[in-house]
Design a protein around this ligand. Structure first.
Ligand code: BG6
Length: 510
């Protein structure tokens, strides 16, 4: 096991939702698993006026997000965990003199022997990232002459290519690239990492992982929820920026990449960048029209309850043109993937919550068993990222009886069958990696820029192109009526159910 050095975690935006909802529960898991270093403290900072006790109450002792986890835990352990938390009020603004913060950091460092190692976590609106980095630098809180300093930043990394580049340049003015950890929580998911293992630790898949054997690749990311309380943020973002540019293109890069020469972070990240750079950027309006679909969910009755349409959600403009559904077809211009279409879609208010990758293999080139349709003949590898995490192989078997009637059968593996193994939550894994200085699962500046390079022209076309349609779909269905047009000639989307082995079609709403 790697060593986690003594350190301090300083969270900016500590009074916000992410801290209580994700970061503190992840730290709690690490605490219970004895994965935190011997000397460790968390200093929360924000503009809210609170003292240490109020902060501990808010994020630990009274936190609804921890209640379930702490139910079975002895109260002394919870108290000991709460004692790790401290709070520093920054006053009315993040753009201020950080001398008081520095004094507090030094006192905690001295009192708790954290050896000058500090991880800064920016859980604030992205507009503040540069400001915070600049002020940390001005207060000499970024210098590494006395312990290491790392900076974790949350998505979005920019709003488009231009702003992403500007953000990278700004952060790199105060921190070196090796100190910057851009978090993408999908990379913390065990099943996303398993894409690498499935491909590169087996001899049975990799020889087939190319244009000679793969017909097309489909990725679905569906959420059952709508925009919830985040209408204001979402309306300026949309599905393409919120999910596709980051989480889904990260998954794409792991499917597309060439084998790295080893498991060193930079070796893996180099291959991912190469993969993203090989996506064919679409700029021709005709191609963009035929290869992209955007849509918004509309009011519908789900199981007896009316749910709002997107334009009726709080914080959303009544004439909004922000997509809650995005489906993109694209190609990858390299030796391995020439002419293999990729179909990727992401949406809110779908029938269920599911993320999966489907590798559709080519049908056998000579059809011996006539009368069987393509769906019984093609092999599929389904990699279920969530929920019901696992892997499914669909293959043809003979239906007992006369003649040779072929049907599909399933070979499946479920993560839940690894009963004794604790599957770390995404933030838990990613925080621990950053604490240990392992950036493998964090996005590098060039990776983020390569992803924006692909996404920018789609956004531009959707914004300013001629005759660009915004379709509607009733909340709770698999997207707009024409969603299947994108994969015309190949078949239909696999509309997965909540269970891995459910066959496409309808599913029960939760
Ligand atoms: C976030 C998006 O990054 O990912 C949200 O901003 C989305 O809109 C969420 O709901 C989905 O994450 P998960 O892990 O629940 O699939």
């Amino acid at each position: 096991m790697k060593k986690t050095e003594n350190q301090m975690l300083v969270i900016f935006g500590a009074s916000g939702d992410l801290t209580a909802r994700k970061l503190v529960p992840a730290l709690f898991n690490l605490f219970m698993a004895k994965q935190l270093p011997g000397n460790f403290v968390v200093l929360g900072c924000s503009r809210s006026n609170m003292d240490d006790a109020a902060f501990r109450d808010r994020v630990v002792l009274q936190s609804p997000y921890l209640a379930k986890k702490t139910k079975e835990v002895p109260s002394e352990a919870i108290k000991a965990f709460a004692q790790l938390f401290f709070y520093q009020d920054l006053g009315g603004s993040y753009d201020t003199d950080y001398t008081a913060l520095r004094t507090r950091v030094e006192a905690l460092n001295h009192g708790h022997h954290t050896e000058g190692n500090i991880m800064y976590y920016l859980s604030t609106p992205p507009t503040l990232y540069e400001t915070i980095a600049k002020n940390l630098d001005a207060a000499q809180l970024s210098t590494q002459n006395n312990g290491w300093k790392r900076l974790i930043v949350e998505k979005p990394f920019g709003y488009d290519l231009k702003t992403a580049k500007a953000l990278n340049t700004a952060l790199q003015r105060y921190f070196q690239e090796q100190q910057i950890y851009r978090i993408d929580h999908y990379l913390g998911k065990e099943t996303v990492q398993n894409l690498l293992v499935t491909r590169f630790a087996n001899t049975i898949f990799e020889p087939l992982w190319n244009r000679n054997y793969i017909h097309h690749i489909e990725i679905t990311n569906a959420e059952h929820v709508g925009v919830e309380k985040r209408g204001g943020y979402y309306d300026r973002s949309g599905a393409l920026r919120d999910m596709f540019q980051n989480h889904l293109l990260q998954i794409v890069s792991l499917i597309v990449m060439e084998p790295p020469i080893g498991q060193e972070p930079e070796e893996i990240r180099n291959e991912k960048v190469k993969a993203l750079k090989s996506l064919r950027v679409m700029t021709d309006p005709d191609i963009l029209r035929d290869h992209t679909i955007r849509a918004q969910y509309m009011k519908a009755n789900l199981d007896g309850d009316w749910v709002k349409g997107y334009r009726e959600e709080d914080g959303v403009a009544p004439d909004s043109l922000t997509e809650t559904y995005a489906a993109i077809k694209f190609y990858v211009d390299n030796w391995r993937w020439k002419d293999v279409p990729f179909y990727v879609r992401t949406a809110k208010r779908m029938p269920t919550k599911v993320t999966e990758v489907v590798i559709h293999f080519k049908t056998p080139h000579h059809h011996i068993f006539s009368g069987t349709d393509m769906h019984s003949q093609d092999n599929k590898l389904v990699i279920r990222i969530q929920p019901d995490e696992g892997i499914l192989i669909k293959f043809g078997v003979k239906v007992p009886g006369q003649g040779f009637h072929v049907e599909r059968a399933n070979l499946d593996f479920y993560y839940s069958s690894l009963a004794e193994t604790h599957v770390m939550e995404a933030y838990e894994r990613l925080l621990l990696d950053a604490m240990q200085g392992d950036a493998t699962l964090y996005a590098r500046a060039d990776e983020v820029e390569a992803a924006w390079t692909f996404v920018d022209p789609i956004l531009e076309y959707w914004k300013n192109g001629e005759d660009v349609r915004m379709y509607g779909y009733a909340a709770g269905v698999w997207g707009p009526e024409n969603a299947d047009d994108l994969i015309e000639g190949i078949g239909l989307w696999r509309n997965p159910g909540p269970n891995l082995t459910d066959d496409p079609g309808f599913c029960v709403l939760c």
